[in-house]
Design a binder for this molecule. Structure first.
Ligand SMILES: [Zn+2]
Ligand SMILES: [Zn+2]
Length: 278
């Protein structure tokens, strides 16, 4: 079976490496007809993405991935079909970028105290796009020989408990859902495994998010077991939440992720969301 759709990919406007146009070309070349660009905390790439998709006969949906707080960790929410440039979402995104920039500076200061010198310029060239974030610092740490992988760079330096960890401003999940709904988006909880919840707790969490306006659950996502997929299907059916899927593609070869697939040779099943016309 070949891949038909993918509702979660990243471009070089956040921490991906391909441009929005390159993503469309890659999708078109393998027959993916519906694809959503969900960059972290920015809609900078979506207008080009949608326009170029039209010219290539690919249904390209504008989207975004917002990070919210979750019990000391993170929870990611996708806003599919989001209206770019919509206030107050844009004001929040600006605040998020500023907080992230401030954090980047503090992380670089902490690293310097440990004898690791990475300049702002180096970081910007590592990022290329609008969002400069920890994965880019991780890349710089790997290039300078201070870590052998992104995983190691995060655990040793950048994650909570790491030598150069710095927290940043994040929304409450219900606030993030509301902001996305107000910006016209269809709101989906991304990769639920991130919440590390057992079934009863996850049911309660999804029910609470649904009350806030959540509409879907990303059932098909990389690094998710068959058992987890079964659970997410069961819970989303019980709560009348739409089941979606995405590759969370960031870069060719990165994590073995491919556009249109949630696992090697496992295409994301066809997704129907009438609200988005798909
Ligand atoms: Zn995510
Ligand atoms: Zn993502």
């Amino acid at each position: 079976m070949s891949a038909r759709n993918d509702l979660h990919v990243h471009s070089n406007e956040s921490d991906g490496t391909l441009s929005p146009e390159m993503l469309i070309d890659a999708a078109a070349s393998i027959g993916v007809s519906v694809i959503a660009l969900c960059d972290h905390d920015t809609t900078a790439g979506v207008a080009r993405f949608v326009r170029y998709g039209e010219s290539r006969g690919v249904r390209a949906l504008p989207g975004i991935e917002l990070s919210a707080k979750w019990q000391g960790g993170n929870c990611h929410l996708l806003g599919l079909g989001v209206s770019a440039g919509c206030e107050p979402l844009e004001a929040l995104l600006k605040k998020t970028r500023e907080s992230r920039d401030k954090r980047n500076g503090l992380i670089l200061e902490k690293l310097a105290k440990h004898g690791i010198n990475i300049s702002r310029e180096q970081l910007q060239s590592e990022a290329g796009g609008e969002v400069v974030a920890r994965p880019h610092i991780a890349s710089a740490l790997i290039k300078s020989g201070h870590a052998s992988s992104h995983k190691e760079a995060f655990s040793a330096y950048l994650s909570r408990g790491g030598l150069a960890y710095v927290d940043r401003f994040r929304l409450e999940p219900a606030e993030a859902v509301k902001l996305l709904r107000d910006a016209g988006a269809f709101v989906v909880l991304a990769h639920p495994r991130q919440l590390s919840l057992e079934s009863a707790e996850l049911f309660d969490a999804l029910a609470a998010l649904k009350k806030a306006g959540l509409q879907g659950v990303e059932v098909y996502s990389p690094d998710t077991s068959d058992e987890q997929i079964r659970l997410y299907k069961e819970l989303s059916t019980a709560l009348c939440l739409t089941q979606t899927g995405g590759s969370d593609f960031h870069a060719p070869g990165h994590g073995g992720r491919e556009i249109g697939y949630y696992r090697r040779s496992e295409p994301i099943p066809e997704i129907r969301i009438p609200e988005l016309g798909i």
